[in-house]
Design a protein around this ligand. Structure first.
Ligand code: PGA
Length: 253
C-alpha cells in the first residue's frame, strides 16, 4: 500500500495574482500523474486567481493566516468565510513567522484552529522549537505545550481534517534541514502528544509534515520516515520546477 504524502508549498509574501497563475500553469502538467497531495498556501490576493488556474489540476489552494473571529470590526484582518469563498480549502495557522514576527500566542492560535474548523477550512497547525530551545534540550516540552494549547477543549470528532506541521524554527530559511532521524524523533513525539489529545487511532491518521529548508535532495529521506507524512516547503516552493522535483521525490513510498 502506498502511503499518503502531502507536499505543501508556502509562498509567504511572494507572487502577485498573475504570477500565481503563471506558476500554476507551469506546475500543473508536472504533478498531473503524482500520487502526492499538492497544496499551495498563497497570498490572500492570489487565492481567487490561483483557484481558477488550479481548477483542472490536482493542486489545492489555501491561505497562510486568518483572524479568529467570524467577522467584525478588525481593520486589515481577514475571515475564514472570506478565504473559503475565494476558493481556499485550507489555512496555515501558527506559522513561526506569525508567532515570532507578529506576536501570535498559543491562545490566539487555539482560537484560530477553532474558527477554521467551524467555518470549514482545513487547519495546518504549525509547531516548532526555536534555536535556543533546541540547544537547551527543550524541544519536546515546547512541542507538547504548543500542541496542547492549540488543540485542547476541541471535540475530537471535529479534528478529523487536522494536519500538523513540525517546523523547527532554526531550520526555517536557514539552509539547515533537521536530519531525518532528528525530524522523525520530533514527529513521533508529536504523534504521541496527539494520541493523548485525540485517540491512538485518530492520531495515527493525522498527517504530520516536516518543514524547514526542504530541498529536492532531502525530501525522499524525510518522507521515508514512519511519522513524516509530507513536507511544508517555503523557499524551494517559489520555483515550480523545484516544487515538482520535490513531489517526484515523494513518489512510490
Ligand atoms: P523554508 O520555509 O522551506 O524556506 O525553510 C519553510 C516554512 O517557513 O514553511
Amino acid at each position: 500500500m502506498t502511503r499518503e504524502i502531502f507536499v505543501v508549498g508556502n509562498w509567504k509574501m511572494y507572487k502577485t495574482a498573475q504570477q500565481a497563475v503563471d506558476y500554476i500553469e507551469l506546475l500543473t502538467p508536472k504533478v498531473a500523474g503524482s500520487q502526492a497531495h499538492v497544496f499551495l498556501a498563497v497570498p490572500f490576493t492570489s487565492i481567487t486567481s490561483a483557484t481558477a488556474a488550479a481548477k483542472q489540476s490536482k493542486i489545492v489552494i489555501g491561505a497562510q493566516n486568518m483572524n479568529d473571529a467570524h467577522e467584525g470590526a478588525f481593520t486589515g484582518e481577514i475571515a475564514a468565510i472570506m478565504l473559503k469563498e475565494a476558493g481556499a480549502e485550507f489555512v496555515l495557522l501558527g506559522h513561526s513567522e506569525r508567532r515570532h514576527l507578529f506576536g501570535e500566542t498559543n491562545e490566539m492560535i487555539h482560537r484560530k484552529v477553532v474558527r477554521a474548523l467551524q467555518d470549514d477550512l482545513r487547519p495546518i497547525l504549525c509547531v516548532g522549537e526555536s534555536l535556543v530551545e533546541h540547544q537547551d534540550g527543550r524541544t519536546q516540552e515546547v512541542l507538547e505545550h504548543q500542541l496542547k494549547a492549540a488543540l485542547s477543549n476541541i471535540p475530537k470528532t471535529q479534528l478529523n481534517s487536522l494536519i500538523v506541521a513540525y517546523e523547527p524554527v532554526w531550520a526555517i530559511g536557514t539552509g539547515k534541514t533537521a536530519t531525518p532521524a532528528i525530524a522523525q524523533e520530533a514527529h513521533a513525539f508529536c504523534r504521541s502528544c496527539l494520541e493523548k489529545l485525540l485517540t491512538k487511532a485518530k492520531a495515527a491518521k493525522v498527517p504530520i509534515l516536516y518543514g524547514g529548508s526542504v530541498k529536492p535532495e532531502h525530501a525522499r529521506e524525510l518522507v521515508s520516515q514512519n511519522d513524516i507524512n509530507g513536507v511544508l516547503v517555503g523557499g524551494a516552493s517559489l520555483n515550480p520546477e523545484t516544487l515538482a522535483a520535490i513531489v517526484r521525490q515523494c513518489e512510490g513510498l
